[in-house]
Design a protein around this ligand. Structure first.
Ligand code: GLP
Length: 261
């Protein structure tokens, strides 16, 4: 794992957006895996800015989102369909038919999960998967003790995740307990995974992901088995790491072609 520590959350987002933009410029017809939550908001804001000011081109990009709530209609303000439309898609030149988000409103969820997996394969696989991390170490909505080889499926949220995300729902009765999420096995097939984590509430999960054993108790730790993972964290999220100096040393000694812009 490549671990990049930055002083602030803004710097984390900026670097994340530069990595995505670099891919878009190098491979305009790329396949992006997208995440939701608070963490990638500033990264999306920066991509929008690059589109508006530097004509960063999304016209050939194909996207697949990690997850969606079960039972929320796509226009519900807490649905990830709504989130993606408001925070990225409607501000850039991506054709909506090139965007994919699991349909938590599907009448046949099990069939839909299989179709979603197939759609990723048909698109040629994901070039770059953006990820946040839950305070309990979940990625996508893959909660602790779930299979580390899981595929896109219907999952039940843990009480911890429900509590973490409760403030997003003004009416607690509307907060779904079920989700559709890419599995850990699906995520591990992306060619490059970029994980962003900010804030002290993520410090434990970040430590377990990077330095803990590979364990289903921290689903993000499965990323240790992936050949190309970039973790970008701010200082508060890095606070519990045992080897921050080692990660800084590695970054300082990168060869020119290994460096990000
Ligand atoms: C959410 C999402 C994840 C996200 C994580 C952290 O529930 N399903 O994809 O990475 O939890 O969210 P946040 O960035 O808001 O802390």
């Amino acid at each position: 794992m490549e671990v990049l520590i930055r002083d602030t959350a803004d710097e984390v987002s900026l670097l994340g957006s530069q990595i995505v933009a670099q891919l878009l410029r190098r491979k305009p017809r790329c396949v992006l895996g997208l995440a939701t939550g608070r963490t990638p908001l500033r990264l999306y804001g920066e991509l929008i800015r690059l589109h508006q000011t530097e004509k960063l081109n999304f016209s050939q990009v194909v996207t697949f989102n990690l997850d969606e709530y079960v039972g929320l209609p796509p226009d519900h303000p807490q649905s990830y369909h709504h989130y993606m439309r408001e925070n990225l898609f409607r501000h850039v030149n991506i054709p909506l038919e090139s965007t994919h988000i699991p349909d938590g409103y599907s009448a046949d969820l099990r069939h839909h999960c299989k179709e979603y997996e197939q759609a990723i394969i048909n698109a040629g696989g994901i070039d770059l998967q953006l990820l946040g991390i839950g305070s309990n170490g979940h990625i996508g909505f893959n909660e602790p003790t779930g299979s580390l080889r899981s595929r896109t499926w219907i999952k039940i949220l843990s009480e911890k995740t429900l509590r973490d995300n409760a403030s997003n729902f003004s009416n607690p009765d509307e907060q779904p307990r079920h989700v559709v999420t890419m599995g850990i096995g699906t995520i591990l097939e992306a060619r490059h995974c970029v994980v962003l984590a900010c804030g002290s509430q993520k410090s434990n999960a970040v430590k377990e992901m990077i330095e803990g054993p590979v364990s289903s108790m921290c689903p993000a730790s499965a990323l240790q088995l992936h050949p190309r993972v970039t973790v970008i964290v701010d200082t508060p999220a890095a606070a519990r790491l045992d080897h921050p100096e080692h990660y800084r040393w590695i970054e300082q000694h990168k060869l020119d072609w290994q460096k990000y812009p």
